[in-house]
Design a protein around this ligand. Structure first.
Ligand SMILES: Nc1ncnc2c1ncn2[C@@H]1O[C@H](COP(=O)(O)OP(=O)(O)O)[C@@H](O)[C@H]1O
Ligand SMILES: [Mg+2]
Length: 161
């Protein structure tokens, strides 16, 4: 099959490049997909998961701070046409906790979820459209994107073209 790419790496030279990449993904969600996505973010502490999400959240139209939801598990952004959820499940002790938060209502056509430490929420969170791995060497980051659904594939193709 032509144009069938499921995995692609990108170099992010510095923090600004990572924020710009997050914004670019947001622009493509709005212009190309016109529907919500679920993105899993993998990588060590300090790899840039929150930084990438910051760019995405701002790109979706949020003006102001994007703080790390390390203690709250999720930070919601209620924007004009979209709900954006930034999860950081690092401190989640038991995936059942997500049930009490009403997690199932978070995933729908107009919502985008970026999820740090998704493995902590196994069985309780939506399957990903894309999985993004971030790895670091000094200031530079390598971002590897895996597309896991048709929607994720569409986004990845737009990202590389
Ligand atoms: N290319 C880069 N992309 C993202 N962050 C970078 C980059 N270079 C340096 N940094 C720094 O690395 C840290 C990344 O932190 P953060 O995004 O919170 O990581 P994580 O959420 O993965 O733990 C920040 O302090 C940021 O300034
Ligand atoms: Mg983080």
């Amino acid at each position: 099959m032509t144009n069938f790419v499921t995995k692609q790496s990108f170099i992010l030279a510095d923090e600004l490049a990572t924020i710009a990449m997050g914004k670019r993904i947001a622009d493509l969600v709005k212009s190309e997909l016109q529907q919500g996505i679920t993105v899993y973010l993998n990588g060590d502490l300090g790899a840039g998961k929150t930084t990438l999400t910051r760019g995405f959240v701002q790109g979706m139209g949020h003006v102001g701070n994007v703080k790390s939801p390390t203690y709250t598990l999720v930070e919601p952004y209620d924007l004009a046409e979209w709900q954006v959820y930034h999860f950081d499940l690092y401190r989640l002790a038991d995936p059942e906790e997500l049930e009490y938060m009403g997690i199932r209502d978070y995933f729908n056509e107009r919502s985008c979820s970026f999820i740090e430490w998704p493995e902590k929420g196994t069985g309780m969170i939506a399957v990903p459209d894309m999985v993004i791995d971030l790895a670091y060497s000094d200031e530079q980051r390598t971002m590897t994107v895996h597309a896991d659904t048709v929607l994720g594939q569409k986004l990845l193709l737009a990202l590389i073209s």
